[in-house]
Ligand binder design. Structure first.
Ligand code: GTB
Length: 217
C-alpha cells in the first residue's frame, strides 16, 4: 500500500532537515519503506482538506490506505511496530525503547521548543535578553542529564532504536544555538545518527525539495 507523507513546500530552515518530516522520512528509510510526498504551502496546511488529516493544520501527516495519522511520535511508532529495525524483539527492551521515544518528545523536546519560541517569536521583546539565558539553561540542564545517562554508550539502550531516532531528531535542533556542542558526547551521538545511511537518504530527500529556500531567522 502506498505511503504518503506531507511536508513543507519550502521549509523555513532552508533544508537543514529540522522540520519534523525528516524524522518520519528517517523512520521510513530505516524500515526500507518507499513513500510519496505531498508538498504543502503554509496556507494549504490551514485549508479544510488538510485539516481533515491534521486537526492543527501542521505537517507531517502520514497516509497509508484508509489510515491517516498525525503527530510524529505516533507515526514513527506505527512504522516501528510493524517493520523490523526500529524496535528490539524482547518485550522489556521494546518497552524501554518506547520510553525513550516518549522521553525525547515529552522531556527533551519541550525546553528546546521553548528556546525556538524565545528566539523566533519573542526575540524582539524588551524582556527577551533577560529571559534568554534562563531558557538556554533549561536546555542545558536537560542535555546535561541526558549526557550523563548516555555515558560512553553509542545508543541510549543497546542497539539503535526508534528511541534514538527520535532523540537524535530532537537534539539536532539544538545545534544552531551552539548548545549541542557544549556536550561533546551528545554531539557525537547525534553525529552517529546522522551517519546512518537511512538518515542520509532522509536528509537528502528533504534537501532536494528545500535547497535554495532562504533560511528563516
Ligand atoms: N507535535 C507535532 C509533531 O510532532 O508532529 C508538531 C508538528 C509541527 O510542529 N509541525 C510544524 C508545522 O507544521 C513543522 S515542524 N508548523 C506550521 C504551523 O504550525 O503552522 C516544526 C519546525 C518548523 C520549522 C523549523 N525550522 O525552520 O527550523 C523547524 C521545525
Amino acid at each position: 500500500m502506498t505511503i504518503t507523507i506531507t511536508c513543507f513546500d519550502r521549509s523555513p530552515d532552508g533544508g537543514k532537515g529540522l522540520a519534523r518530516d525528516t524524522r518520519v522520512r528517517w523512520a521510513l528509510e530505516e524500515a526500507a519503506l518507499p513513500y510519496e510526498v505531498r508538498l504543502l504551502s503554509f496556507s494549504a496546511m490551514k485549508e479544510p482538506a488538510h485539516l481533515r488529516l491534521h486537526p492543527f493544520g501542521q505537517i507531517p501527516t502520514y497516509e497509508e490506505g484508509d489510515l491517516a495519522l498525525f503527530e510524529t511520535g505516533a507515526i514513527v511508532f506505527h512504522i516501528a511496530e510493524r517493520h523490523a529495525g526500529l524496535l528490539p524483539d524482547g518485550a522489556n527492551a521494546r518497552a524501554r525503547a518506547i520510553t525513550w521515544m516518549f522521553a525525547a518528545l515529552n522531556s527533551v523536546e519541550p525546553p528546546i521548543l521553548e528556546l525556538s519560541t524565545a528566539r523566533i517569536l519573542e526575540g524582539d521583546k524588551p524582556w527577551s535578553a533577560e529571559r534568554m539565558p534562563l531558557v538556554k539553561d533549561r536546555v542545558r540542564d536537560r542535555l546535561g542529564q541526558l549526557s550523563v545517562r548516555l555515558g560512553d554508550a553509542d545508543w541510549l539502550d543497546g542497539a539503535f532504536s526508534a528511541g534514538d531516532l527520535m532523540m537524535v531528531s530532537v537534539l539536532l535542533r539544538t545545534r544552531p544555538s551552539g548548545i549541542l556542542d557544549e556536550f561533546p558526547s551528545l554531539a557525537a551521538y547525534v553525529a552517529r545518527g546522522e551517519a546512518r545511511p537511512a538518515y542520509k537518504r532522509a536528509f537528502a530527500s528533504q534537501l532536494a525539495i528545500n535547497a535554495g529556500t532562504p533560511p528563516a531567522g
